[in-house]
Design a protein. Structure first.
Length: 87
């Protein structure tokens, strides 16, 4: 990691979605303020978006790839901005 990467990481923000649907953002350092004693924290460091889906274009038998770049709207997690490659 180079120094410039550390500055970007320190400047990262967290999106907080409350149980009632309210959203706000916090600095990365604010994560600890969201928990109470006894809370269970489960962390997943796997990348989720962008995501890549591979398949075959049936009429041409060519390999295709669909890259999901992000959600179209946050309240609807079933619609994405996507790029298609191949065929």
């Amino acid at each position: 990691m180079i120094a410039a990467d550390r500055r970007v990481r320190r400047a990262a923000r967290l999106l907080v979605v409350e149980a009632n649907g309210a959203m706000c953002d916090l600095p990365r350092a604010g994560l600890a303020t969201l928990f109470n004693p006894g809370d269970l924290i489960v962390a997943n460091d796997a990348a989720t978006l962008p995501a890549s889906l591979r398949g075959t274009h049936v009429p041409s038998d060519e390999t295709i790839e669909i890259r999901l770049a992000g959600w179209l709207t946050l309240p609807d997690p079933t619609r994405f901005v996507a790029l298609a490659f191949g065929a």
